[in-house]
Ligand binder design. Structure first.
Ligand code: GRF
Length: 208
């Protein structure tokens, strides 16, 4: 049984997709051990509580220094004994020691087809604003392993979404979430839970 921690900062629609996918069997062999947020007001926490999942708030502002926050988050997650950390709309820079402690055991969902529209500063609506500005015909979402480079780890799954001419950033974001994020993040977790993702020479090899 894969025990996961889901890290959230906002509305939690990706978390909800994971909860629903476990409930309906699209994700097998997996249990959400805890939902952790940097934001006590994140609606994602309400979603977790409604599903009976333990929650924990660890916020940088509650610590004297960033190093103290980094240590607290890392120590907490190590203590939970989770096998995989899932970043689902988590907006805090991960502590280097956490990435080290969970090497190749942290995944993230990014709302574009990496390497487009990613890296420092590319999150939320900005990603879709840039895609519309560039006039791409296809965008989408990517699930990737997390390493020290922002959005730089091995890609696990991607799903394309057509950009429509009259799309607003908000409407494009909604379509990318519905048609791509909420599909490939649960799928990636199920693949990992069933040992169908292996890393070879820095590439994530997926065996269906
Ligand atoms: C969305 O922009 C999503 O693309 C990104 O995080 C944001 C919030 O997602 N991964 P959620 O509703 O909190 O899951």
């Amino acid at each position: 049984m894969l025990k996961i921690a889901v890290l959230v900062s906002g509305g939690g629609t990706n978390l909800q997709a994971i909860i629903d996918s476990i409930a309906d069997g699209r994700i097998t062999n997996t249990k959400i051990g805890v939902v952790v947020s940097n934001n006590a007001k994140a609606y994602a926490l309400n979603r977790a509580e409604k599903a009976g999942i333990p929650t924990k708030v660890i916020a940088p502002k509650d610590f004297e220094t960033r190093d103290a926050f980094n240590d607290a988050l890392t120590d907490y997650l190590l203590d939970t004994g989770v096998d995989l950390i899932v970043l689902a709309g988590y907006l805090v820079i991960l502590p280097p020691q956490l990435i080290k402690a969970f090497r190749n055991k942290i995944i993230n969902i990014h709302p574009s087809l990496i390497p487009s529209f990613c890296g420092t500063g590319f999150y939320g609506l900005k990603v879709h604003e840039e895609a519309l500005k560039r006039g791409v015909k296809l965008t989408g979402a990517t699930v990737h392993f997390v390493n020290e480079e922002t959005d730089g780890g091995p890609i696990i799954l991607q799903k394309a979404v057509e950009v429509k001419y009259l799309d607003s950033p908000e409407y494009l974001q909604k379509r990318v979430m519905e048609e791509a994020e909420w599909v490939i993040l649960p799928k990636a977790i199920d693949l990992i839970a069933n040992n169908k993702v292996t890393l070879k020479d820095g590439y994530a090899v997926v065996s269906e």
